[in-house]
Each structure stands twice: as structure tokens, then as C-alpha cells.
Design a protein around this ligand. Structure first.
Ligand code: SF4
Length: 376
């Protein structure tokens, strides 16, 4: 049985945040047409990829899946389960924005089959939230976490962004303090990145916003690692921290180089060493599904070399390189070739080598890109 992950892209949002480059649209037209197209896409791929596969996670991302009604997602979950061999204990995550859910709606999402909530809080500071053009404030962010816990979600994750313009280290630590006082099990934290085509990028180009420099970014990142480790979280990927037992099954599938099937506009898939991605336009997506049953815009076959480098990169950025699995997949002398360098990294306390695993230390995660540049 091949373990496989399922990603569903729900493209609807309440508004466009200034930093966001995910495919999302503000209109609510086509919500029903999207659902019928998605169901057809599910049927199309289940005819190809249902045998000998165990689907261990479903992830509703976007966009803002929590804008949908719980019955809407429930219908999709049921359709997925009717068409794929979804594990009884599958992790089913929904990205959730404070300001789109109250306690009753969260309860209904739980009843609909969602068992993990990933809340896009980004900051607990009112000025930072305004800068990011989020629709929620500090209080509604906190309340959403408590509401989720009270209706029975045990597996709650939040997203936080750091290195915002003018963000001091004190302010960033204050955000982390507020976060870790909440009943959450997992934190994903990313520095603010300038993506092309975003409103933020234009503001920076026009000289209206100044970004902070990379050294400061590294300082804030290291401060986050120290703080979160001191609060009982452990780091299992460059940007992800968890309480023991709450690693994200879905993200682990990406990082351990497992297959994943992405459905919905702009979704990416990686199955049987082939990668493809869907059209990033809802109208085009619906039209293509009508015509062909799928909405693939383009695809690439992954070469053996690409596969090797991607595998190393994903493994080292997350829970480490499993040498037994590596040797099963790739028959070469790459490890021997890099032996001296690995020993040097070990001496500098940047990696550990134990029980056939090479793993970055917290200090190593902070210079992960540099290490990868040297070995790939
Ligand atoms: S809510 Fe999320 S997906 Fe929607 S625009 Fe904002 S960051 Fe992007």
C-alpha cells in the first residue's frame, strides 16, 4: 500500500491580503459549480489512483476553506471517502481564518469530519494585523482558538508571520508568548516574504514600505527557536514546531517525499515520480473538468538527479535523512563523498548522526540553506 496525501484547494477568500500570492478569488460566484467540478475531478483521479493506495491525510487549503458552510466540506469529504481508500484514522485538516467561524460553525465542522484545525492568525498585534490587512483582531484570534478547543478540537495549529516592517524582537516574542499560552499543539512560523505580483511587493517597490534585512530576520528566527523549545515545542521542520505526538501527517508526506494528489484550481500533485499542476483560474478549471475530467495545465517528469536532490533537501529541512531509506532509493556513493563535510558539521553541532539518521540541530536549521548549497 502506497501512503498518499490528498490536498483540496478551496479558492474563495473574503478579501485579498497584501502579502498573499496563493490563488484565491473574492467573488462567491461559482461556489456550487466549483463543488460539482471538484467531485468530477475526484472521480477522474480515483479511476487512476485508487488501487494499492492508503490515503492518510486530507488537507483543505486555500483560499479560506472555513468560509464555506460545514455541509459543503462534508459533502466533499464523503465523496473523497467513497472514491479513495481514505484511512479510518486519516488526519483531516482545514485552514481556518479567525473572523470566518464562530463556535457553532466550528462544532459543525468537527461533526463534518474535520479533526485538525490550522488557524491563520499571523500576529496578535493590532497594528501588525492591520498592516497585513487581516480581517481579524487579537481578541477574535484568541477566541477562535478557545472556541476550537471547547468544541473538541485537540489538534490545533496556528500560523504566525515574523520580520514584519518595524517589528522589534520584543514584539515578536510577545506574539510567541500569547501563542504558547493558548491550547494549541503546533505552530508554523514564516518570515514575511516579498512575492512578485502582491500588493506588498508594489508598496516596497514604490518606497512606501521598507522590509527589514536578512540578518535581522535570522535573529528573529533564532529567537523563535529558543523560545518555542523552552515552552515544550520541538522543531521537526525549518518552520514547524509541535508538541510531541502532533506532527502534521499531511506535511510530513511532502517532506518525506511521499506521493500527494492535489485537486482544485492551482493545486500541485506528485505521483509516481511525475509532478503536475492545475490551471490557476476557477473558470478555466471548471471548463477543463467539463471537457477532460481533469484541469492539468502542465506536468514534468522528475529525473533521477532531481529526485535525489529534492529528497535530500526535503529530508534535511524536516525530520532528517534516513540513511536506510536513502540507500534503498538511491544506489550511489553520495554519502561517502560528503562524509568529511558531515563530520565537520557534527563537530560544529549543526547536525547529529545517530542510528542511521542525519538530522539538523536547532543551530543547523538556522543555516540550513547554506548547508544544502554545500552538499547539492
Ligand atoms: S486569507 Fe489567506 S489565502 Fe486568502 S488572501 Fe489572505 S493570506 Fe491569501
Amino acid at each position: 500500500m502506497k501512503i498518499t496525501a490528498l490536498y483540496i484547494h478551496i479558492p474563495f477568500c473574503d478579501h485579498k491580503c497584501i502579502y498573499c500570492d496563493f490563488y484565491s478569488i473574492i467573488t462567491s460566484d461559482n461556489i456550487l459549480n466549483f463543488k460539482s467540478a471538484l467531485k468530477k475531478e475526484i472521480e477522474y483521479f480515483s479511476n487512476i489512483y485508487s488501487d494499492n493506495r492508503n490515503y492518510s491525510s486530507i488537507f483543505f487549503g486555500g483560499g479560506t476553506p472555513s468560509l464555506m458552510q460545514p455541509e459543503y466540506l462534508q459533502e466533499i469529504i464523503i465523496h473523497l471517502k467513497n472514491n479513495f481508500n481514505v484511512d479510518d484514522k486519516a488526519e483531516i485538516t482545514m485552514e481556518t481564518n479567525p473572523g470566518t467561524v464562530n463556535k457553532n460553525k466550528l462544532k459543525s465542522f468537527k461533526e463534518a469530519g474535520i479533526n485538525r484545525i490550522s488557524i491563520g492568525i499571523q500576529s496578535f498585534d493590532e497594528n501588525e494585523l492591520k498592516f497585513l490587512t487581516r480581517i481579524h483582531d487579537k481578541q477574535s484570534a484568541i477566541q477562535t482558538v478557545y472556541n476550537a478547543a471547547e468544541v473538541g478540537f485537540e489538534n490545533i495549529s496556528i500560523d504566525l508571520i515574523f520580520n514584519l516592517p518595524n517589528q522589534t524582537k520584543e514584539k515578536w516574542i510577545e506574539n510567541l508568548k500569547t501563542a504558547t499560552a493558548l491550547p494549541i499543539k503546533h505552530i508554523s512560523t514564516y518570515s514575511l516574504i516579498l512575492e512578485r505580483g502582491t500588493i506588498l511587493n508594489k508598496l516596497v517597490l514604490d518606497g512606501k514600505v521598507t522590509m527589514q534585512d536578512d540578518d535581522y530576520d535570522a535573529d528573529l528566527y533564532e529567537a523563535a527557536i529558543d523560545f518555542l523549545l523552552s515552552k515544550g515545542f520541538y522543531q521537526y521542520e525549518v518552520s514547524n514546531f509541535t508538541k510531541p505526538g502532533f506532527e502534521c501527517t499531511h506535511n510530513n508526506a511532502y517532506w518525506r517525499y511521499r506521493d500527494y494528489l492535489g485537486l482544485g484550481p492551482s493545486a500541485h500533485s506528485f505521483m509516481n515520480n511525475k509532478r503536475w499542476w492545475n490551471f490557476s483560474s476557477l473558470k478555466k478549471y471548471i471548463a477543463e473538468i467539463e471537457l477532460h475530467g481533469h484541469a492539468i495545465m502542465n506536468s514534468e517528469h522528475i529525473t533521477k538527479n532531481q529526485m535525489h536532490d529534492e529528497y535530500i533537501m526535503l529530508a534535511l529541512r524536516s525530520s532528517g535523512l534516513d540513511l536506510i531509506d536513502y540507500n534503498k532509493r538511491f544506489n550511489n556513493n553520495w554519502i561517502n563523498k560528503n562524509n568529511d563535510y558531515f563530520n565537520l558539521l557534527k563537530k560544529e553541532n549543526l547536525i547529529t548522526i545517530e542510528n542511521n539518521w542525519i538530522k539538523l540541530t536547532s543551530k543547523g536549521y538556522a543555516v540550513c540553506d547554506e548547508i544544502l548549497k554545500n552538499i547539492l
